[in-house]
Design a protein around this ligand. Structure first.
Ligand code: G3P
Length: 218
């Protein structure tokens, strides 16, 4: 399973890239808005795409398919790594079809059901993003959608990748792995949490303590 980091924060992206932890990045308008300030968001996306050796999702902010197409082409022209994100709407799927016909990769976002995921795949989506945490927030099971979509895509030989999104904690990542998601995108906090285990910390501490007793250098 590939791991993407879900942020537009370049410092976090650089740290994750240098540590070799990530295969790509996802952003959305909220994440870009949180960090761009006075900077041009397209410039920020270019810097992110140059930093990461993998796909970088960048989302359109139009609701009508023609305008989405214009924005999608503009985003794709920023860098080869850019994947255009469109919302799971009728217009979004129209834009998805056109962008795919032009060879531009598309991530259909804001998916909350298996039928939506099937329609996204039929529109040629490269990635389909089910928002797990937001379904959990309203008392539904986000992972149930991941499970259903995995089965449907496998049954019909669909190549669209399942990109589990809105993951809030390591347990979500474990579940996404077990269910066969192709990608899990996680906020930086969760990404760095994945590295850690209390037994790793105490184990290392004890090894170093024992070695010091020997009083020798390596
Ligand atoms: O990738 C989608 C993600 O950014 C949404 O996460 O936590 O805002 O539901 P969240």
């Amino acid at each position: 399973m590939k791991i993407f980091v879900d942020t537009a924060d370049l410092t976090e992206i650089r740290r994750a890239t240098e540590a070799g932890l990530i295969d790509g990045v996802t952003t959305n308008p909220s994440l870009l808005s949180a960090v761009a300030g006075d900077d041009d968001p397209k410039e920020l996306l270019r810097e992110i795409a140059e930093t990461v050796n993998g796909p970088v999702s960048a989302e359109v902010v139009a609701v009508e398919s023609g305008a989405m197409l214009v924005q999608g082409r503009r985003l794709a022209a920023i860098h080869d790594h850019i994947v255009v994100k469109v919302p799971m709407t009728e217009d979004g799927l129209r834009a998805c079809r056109c962008l795919r016909a032009e060879g531009i990769r598309v991530n259909v976002t804001l998916c909350f059901s298996a039928p939506q995921a099937l329609l996204a795949a039929k529109a040629g989506a490269t990635y389909m993003s089910p928002f797990v945490g937001r379904l959990d927030d309203i008392g539904e099971s986000g992972m149930e959608i991941v499970s259903q979509v995995r089965q449907v895509y496998d049954r019909y030989g669909i190549e669209t990748e399942v990109l589990a999104a809105s993951l809030r904690h390591p347990r979500h990542v474990i579940e996404a792995m077990m269910l066969g998601a192709d990608v899990a995108t996680v906020p930086p906090k969760v990404l760095f949490q994945l590295l850690r285990h209390p037994l790793t910390d105490t184990g290392l501490e004890n090894f170093l303590k024992d070695w010091r007793k020997l009083g020798r250098a390596l």
